[in-house]
Write a protein that binds this ligand. Structure first.
Ligand SMILES: Nc1nc2c(ncn2[C@@H]2O[C@H](COP(=O)(O)OP(=O)(O)OP(=O)(O)O)[C@@H](O)[C@H]2O)c(=O)[nH]1
Ligand SMILES: [Mg+2]
Length: 246
């Protein structure tokens, strides 16, 4: 007879587009953490490099439970996260971690994020580059560092989020928080998705905590950051502010 696990169900949602080299490494790093009842949900947008097939193989032979949400076309990080988080909630996750596949987000900080989430009154915990002990990739060129710092200042000035890393993409959520902010209705894509999620959290009076991470530049594969993503990021704080009473 098997007994249900008592540990909370934690689902790590990982959006992928052409991450065939990185995904198996990431799943291995997550498995090495030894967290009880840890699941991975890969959201693949029909990657031309076959990442979806690799994810399917991991679901059969991987070291921890892996499931795959196959989508037919690439339509952005925000859409992939909304679909993945919605599925994670439907499948009974208690905690949802969002994390890039490209190994920029250090897997070994996941336990600290979960510990902070479950032992404080935080509704979400960010892996933050801009709190003491955090860092951006040392090989980022100065203009990338400047853009990131400017984006944080800009977003905080308009939306008063009062978080140090407003565009962070590595987060641990209580399932309850995702339901409360109605993640299924979030419309922004790219970095703006991260900002809208924070804004909805702050607007409901919920608390955001930050733990330091050292952000690494991707080693394999290509960045999907595009001009349209950057433009949307610049406009979204204003859109959110204008629409705030709706
Ligand atoms: N499913 C899906 N995943 C995506 C899409 N765009 C990006 N991703 C994934 O989202 C994560 C973050 O994308 P990156 O290209 O690394 O973007 P970034 O981290 O802002 O940019 P870099 O610092 O240059 O890597 C990675 O795991 C990507 O594979 C998309 O349209 N669909
Ligand atoms: Mg990246």
């Amino acid at each position: 007879m098997t007994y249900p696990s008592v540990a909370p169900k934690t689902t790590v949602v990982v959006p992928t587009y052409n991450e065939r080299e990185n995904l198996p490494k990431l799943v291995g790093l997550l498995a090495d953490l030894g967290i009880e009842n840890l699941h991975v949900l890969v959201v693949d947008d029909n990657s031309p490099d076959g990442t979806g097939k690799i994810a399917d193989e991991l679901s059969e032979t991987g070291p921890i439970p892996v499931s795959v949400l196959h989508r037919t076309e690439k339509n952005g990080l925000g859409r992939a996260y909304v679909a993945g988080m919605t599925q994670a909630l439907a499948e009974g996750a208690d905690i949802v971690v969002q994390m890039d596949a490209d190994l920029s987000h250090p897997a070994d900080v996941v336990p600290t994020m979960i510990e902070t989430l479950t032992s404080t009154d935080a509704s979400v915990v960010l892996g933050s580059r801009y709190v003491p002990g955090g860092a951006v990739a040392s090989d980022w060129p100065w203009h990338r560092k400047a853009l990131s710092a400017w984006a944080n200042f800009y977003v905080n000035a308009i939306l008063r989020l009062r978080v140090k890393d407003a565009t962070a993409g590595f987060k641990a959520w209580h399932a309850k928080t995702l339901r409360e902010i109605d993640v299924a209705s979030v419309e922004s894509n790219g970095y703006a998705f991260q900002v809208e999620m924070n804004y909805r959290t702050v607007r409901r009076g919920l608390k955001i905590a930050e733990v330091p991470i050292r952000f690494e530049e991707r080693n394999d594969g290509e960045s999907k950051m595009s001009l349209s993503v950057q433009l949307e990021s610049a406009l979204v704080p204003w859109k959110l502010l204008v629409g705030r009473n709706r």
